[in-house]
Design a binder for this molecule. Structure first.
Ligand code: BDR
Ligand code: CA
Length: 308
């Protein structure tokens, strides 16, 4: 089993990613942390607890993270993810609570106690992990890599150049990309190809209670491309389990933190300023058919956790 820390802002595609991560036997979630992003941090924290309750995985600790970006004002994406961040399904009452420790302290503790360096997966803005790097430099060597949903080399989804997770907190993203920790950047270059067709989303409704829940969330999800709905965050989990689905290129990536290109991720594809240095493995292509097939195959295992 691969131990991971998952930092998220559920959010519908975050919720789909977490549903897989909580129920896949190859992954061992040591800590779940929330961050403000798609909706407020109060709501993203509650949504993490709703999912650990739904899947009867309440032993997985949840810690509340940053309520706002490092410098910018917080603006949510409830126009895509609904007011709650996980609309359309009536989740069971949450009886557990988040830890009394904040996300950054909880991450530092988990990392310092880990026998080996661990992967941190982030599917929201990187505010928590930037704060971890700034406040706890002693645990940086305990981070194996960051597997990030975010960024783009081919245009944005909130501005012409910026992807939402980076645009929301570009200052945090800049800290993370300069941290020296190896990064896997899974951005819009692939996530806009990793679609679930409307037929697949309909078919999922008949696949047990997990399928019913995911169908309702995905139906309410406001993001859409010709051919289906993009499951951005699910790609982080898919990459961990099936790296062979992805084509990657090694680049130096910088983050633009202000001006009209704020939130853009620029890769030195021509080796003009990075002197051959590399800070990120950037996903540039995906076997989209394999992704969709793999996604559907995850649902029976999910039902074993939530049914009965
Ligand atoms: C990212 O933005 C959020 O709205 C999604 O959850 C995903 O993490 C896609 O740009
Ligand atoms: Ca997200």
């Amino acid at each position: 089993m691969t131990p991971i820390i998952l930092d998220m802002d559920p959010g519908i595609d975050d919720a789909v990613a977490l549903s897989i991560a909580l129920t896949n036997p190859e992954l061992d979630i040591k800590l779940l942390t929330s961050v403000a992003g798609n909706v407020s941090v109060d709501k993203t924290t509650t949504n993490l607890l709703k999912l650990t309750t739904f899947f009867k995985q309440t032993q997985v600790p949840v810690a509340r993270g940053a309520a706002a970006p490092l410098k910018k004002a917080f603006v949510d994406a409830s126009y895509i993810h609904g007011v709650s961040g996980m609309p359309g399904y009536e989740f069971p009452t949450v009886t557990t609570q988040a830890l009394t420790t904040d996300a950054v302290s909880a991450m530092a503790k988990v990392l310092s106690e880990a026998p080996e360096p661990m992967t941190i997966v982030a599917t929201g803005s990187y505010t928590n992990i930037a704060l971890l790097i700034q406040k706890h430099p002693e645990v940086i060597s305990q981070i194996k890599n960051f597997v990030l949903m975010g960024g783009s080399l081919s245009g944005g989804n909130v501005s012409s150049v910026a992807e939402f997770n980076i645009f929301t907190d570009p200052d945090a993203a800049a800290v993370v990309f300069k941290s020296g920790v190896p990064i896997v950047m899974i951005g819009l270059d692939v996530t806009l190809k990793a679609l679930l067709s409307l037929e697949t989303i309909d078919a999922v409704a008949g696949l047990g209670e997990a399928g019913n829940m995911l169908h309702k969330l995905m139906t309410a999800y406001g993001d859409s491309e010709p051919g289906g709905k993009p499951m951005h965050d699910v790609n982080t989990i898919c990459y961990l389990l099936n790296p062979e689905f992805y084509t990657t290129k090694d680049y130096w990536v910088d983050v633009i933190t202000d001006g009209p290109a704020s939130g853009a991720t620029i890769a030195d594809t021509q080796n003009r300023w990075s002197n051959g240095k590399i800070n990120a493995k950037v996903a540039v292509d995906i076997d989209a058919q394999a992704f969709e097939k793999w996604f559907i195959a995850q649902i029976p295992a999910m039902n074993q956790y939530c049914e009965g």
